[in-house]
Structures are given as structure tokens and as C-alpha cells.
Design a protein around this ligand. Structure first.
Ligand code: COA
Length: 379
């Protein structure tokens, strides 16, 4: 067998630099920055549209640009009729992430810019994708629960319209503020698995719809975005804070993965946790559902003591979304409704300066051997 210098190998690509980006920096010491802005203050003050504009365009919008961008998104929310019809054809038990993945893929066929990977066309398609991912989630949810999709409300922002499209009620300002903050915290996270999947797909010069379809498919897994749905199941199983310690010790004793804990990059805490925890405490008081955050806090304390593992954003996002009135099956789709801004920004960046992403693998298979044909072939 021809010899080749044994390359360095890092399982799971841990610590590997797989590309450059100017969009987002994850600081392993519990920090996060979008385009040079610390996320913490911005997440609490900006609307999701402002953050999406920043991610896509590299700079914050001025007043006129902000209004225009918000209106452009609002104007693009309606789904093409056949896409809504497709949602009706899916079995009612289809998981909302599978509906979303199928919907994003189908949307591609209705976009007149489909095969144009230029910067301007990618921005136009990004606006449509950011607008319509939310609609696929809300309309898909209503259809699978035998309800009619509601008409869009272009006077509402993405966060406000998302509440409205699910429930038919215009939310209160504080609810919109909270959902904006959650969307802002989830909007990007550099080369996480779904974004990397999007960039790999985009690097073949497949279009942005193909890339976002790959990203949605990748986000669903419980080691990534699916963790925020699984975390809620776990909290419901624990039920009360006094049961948290024994529940967790049992899981650790049997070497089970505990959802909402651990992170590939953060080892000293997830930058998004403090804000999500704070929203959770506020919601606990507002809704009277005051058991969830204390359960999470107890789990955090025990996990730190027993395994030195820190909570990630999904642990707290789960009860936060539940207390805001969303069913747990929509936790990961809500993550997608926000992360689509990051995915699109990364596809734009990839296409603007593309090189095919094609790493090597380390061959660990059989030594070279002579081919003798299928055994017993002529018998
Ligand atoms: C996120 C995750 C996939 C990162 O994986 P990773 O980088 O390969 O994990 P690490 O290398 O840091 O793991 C170190 C050790 O902690 C353990 N560990 C990590 N996360 C754990 C968890 N959530 N529960 C229990 N043990 C965990 C690992 O099994 C490993 O143990 P070992 O040394 O005995 O084999 C992993 O922490 C996980 O599965 N978390 C739960 C799912 C989740 O919440 N995902 C959302 C992430 S934002």
C-alpha cells in the first residue's frame, strides 16, 4: 500500500479550525460576540430583525435600513400555496422538525433566484428563508393539530407574529421582548454542527436552500438542537426540585447522557446560560410555575460537583419556552426560526469566498489484499 505521512486526527473534529468567519466568535471562557458586538447587552435590547440584519450584512442597520429590513421580512412570510398543501399531506404525527426540513426543501422550487449564488441573490433568499421558516413552523403545527393556518400580520415583528400565528392572539410586549431575546441568543454560534453542515453543502456550490435543508436536518439531533426538547422531557420526569439530585445521580451511575449539559467549546460555562436563567426566573414569577428553574439550578449544582460539567443554553431554554406557552415539540423548531439567520449569514460568507470543504479521513480498514472474487460464486 502506498505510504502517506500519518495526518493528525481529532475525533469529532474537536479543536480543529475548519474555516475562517467574521460572523461570530465563541469564547471558550463563556463569551459570545456577533460581528464584534458582545451578545449580552444586544440580546436584551435588540429585536431579532436587528440581529439578523447584523449577521447578514456585517453592520448594524441605520433607522431606515432597519425599517426596510423588518418590512421586507414581514412581506415575505406567506408560503406558496402548494407548500401549505404539502404540509396537509404529511401524517399528523410528523415531527415539526421533519415538517420544517421538508418545507424548506420544497420552498426552493418556488424561488426565482434558486440557482443564483451571487451575494445579492443570497441576501434576497436569506430574507425569504428567515421569514418563511417561522411560517412553516406555525402553519405546520396548526395543520397537524387540525387547525387552519392564520393569515400573516405584517404589522407584527417576527417574534410577535410567531406567537400570533400559533395562538391567534397578539402577545403582550414583555412576551415579545422575551422571545426576541431568546431568538437573539440562538441566532448564531460559529461552526456548530448544523452551521458546519450548511457550509459543507454550500461549499459544493449547492444553493442556500440545500444548505439550510442540511442544517435543519442536522439541528434535529439530540446532541445538538434536539437537546432543548429532550431537556423538557427530563424536567417533566424529575417534577420537583427535591427529586433532582437523586434523579441525576442515578443517570450518572448508569452513564447516561444528561440533556442540557456539556459543550464542545465552553468548558467554563455557556455564555447564554445566565441570561436564559434570568428570563426563566422572571417567567417563574409571572406564571407561578416556580418549580422549573430551581430544578435546573439543583441539576447544575450536582453536575458541577459530580462531573465538572456545566449547563448549556438548552437546559434553561426548555422551561423558558414551556412557560412562554410553547409545546416542547416546538423547542427545536424555535431554535431553527432563529438560527436560520446564522445559517444564511454563513452561506453568504461561504459563497462570497468559496473553497470546497473536503477533509481527509484516516484509513483504519484492512491492509491491501488480492481480489479473489466472491467465494463460492461458481459453485
Ligand atoms: C454537547 C456534547 C455532545 C459535547 O460532547 P463532547 O465535546 O464530545 O463531550 P466531552 O468530550 O466534553 O465529554 C467529556 C466527558 O463528559 C461526559 N459528558 C459530556 N456531556 C455529558 C452529559 N450531557 N451527560 C453526561 N456526561 C456527559 C462525556 O461522556 C465524557 O465522559 P468520559 O470522559 O467518561 O468519556 C455532550 O456534552 C452532550 O452530549 N451533551 C448532552 C446533549 C446536549 O445538551 N446538547 C446541546 C449542546 S449545546
Amino acid at each position: 500500500m502506498p505510504t502517506e505521512k500519518k495526518p493528525e486526527y481529532s475525533p469529532g473534529l474537536a479543536g480543529v479550525i475548519a474555516g475562517e468567519t467574521a460572523i461570530c466568535w465563541v469564547d471558550p471562557n463563556a463569551g459570545l460576540m456577533y460581528r464584534g458586538y458582545d451578545i449580552h447587552e444586544m440580546a436584551q435590547k435588540a429585536s431579532f430583525e436587528e440581529v439578523a440584519y447584523l449577521l447578514l450584512n456585517g453592520e448594524l442597520p441605520n433607522g431606515k435600513q432597519f425599517v426596510e429590513f423588518t418590512q421586507q421580512i414581514a412581506a415575505q412570510r406567506a408560503l406558496p400555496g402548494p407548500v401549505t398543501e404539502m404540509l396537509r399531506l404529511l401524517p399528523s404525527k410528523t415531527h415539526p422538525m421533519d415538517m420544517l426540513r421538508t418545507g424548506v426543501s420544497m420552498l426552493s422550487a418556488f424561488d426565482k433566484d434558486l440557482s443564483d449564488n451571487s451575494h445579492d441573490a443570497n441576501i434576497r433568499k436569506s430574507i425569504r428563508l428567515i421569514a418563511r421558516v417561522s411560517t412553516l413552523i406555525s402553519d405546520g403545527w396548526r395543520i397537524s393539530h387540525s387547525q387552519q393556518p392564520l393569515p400573516e400580520r405584517p404589522d407584527l415583528t417576527q417574534a410577535g407574529n410567531f406567537f400570533y400565528k400559533l395562538e391567534g392572539k397578539v402577545p403582550q410586549d414583555w412576551q415579545i421582548r422575551m422571545l426576541d431575546t431568546i431568538f437573539n441568543l440562538y441566532a448564531d454560534h460559529e461552526f456548530n454542527a448544523s452551521t458546519f453542515a450548511a457550509r459543507v453543502t454550500a461549499s459544493t456550490l449547492a444553493g442556500i436552500y440545500a444548505a439550510v435543508t442540511s442544517a435543519v436536518a442536522t439541528l434535529k439531533g439530540p446532541l445538538h438542537g434536539g437537546a432543548n426538547e429532550e431537556s423538557m422531557k427530563m424536567l417533566e420526569e424529575i417534577k420537583t426540585p427535591d427529586r433532582a439530585e437523586s434523579w441525576l445521580k442515578e443517570k450518572l451511575a448508569t452513564k447516561e447522557k444528561v440533556m442540557g449539559f456539556g459543550h464542545r467549546v465552553y468548558k467554563k460555562g455557556d455564555s447564554r446560560v445566565p441570561l436564559m436563567r434570568e428570563i426563566g426566573r422572571d417567567l417563574g414569577k409571572r406564571t407561578g410555575k416556580d418549580q422549573w428553574i430551581p430544578i435546573c439550578e439543583k441539576l447544575e449544582e450536582v453536575m458541577e460537583r459530580e462531573k465538572h460539567l456545566c449547563a448549556n443554553v438548552d437546559l434553561y431554554a426548555a422551561p423558558v419556552l414551556w412557560m412562554l406557552g410553547f409545546p416542547p415539540e416546538l423547542n427545536t423548531p424555535i431554535f431553527a426560526a432563529s438560527r436560520v439567520a446564522g445559517w444564511c449569514a454563513h452561506v453568504v460568507e461561504q459563497h462570497d469566498n468559496n473553497r470546497l470543504i473536503r477533509p481527509r479521513s484516516l484509513y483504519v480498514g484492512h491492509e491491501l489484499r488480492p481480489y479473489a472474487g466472491a467465494s463460492g460464486k461458481s459453485a
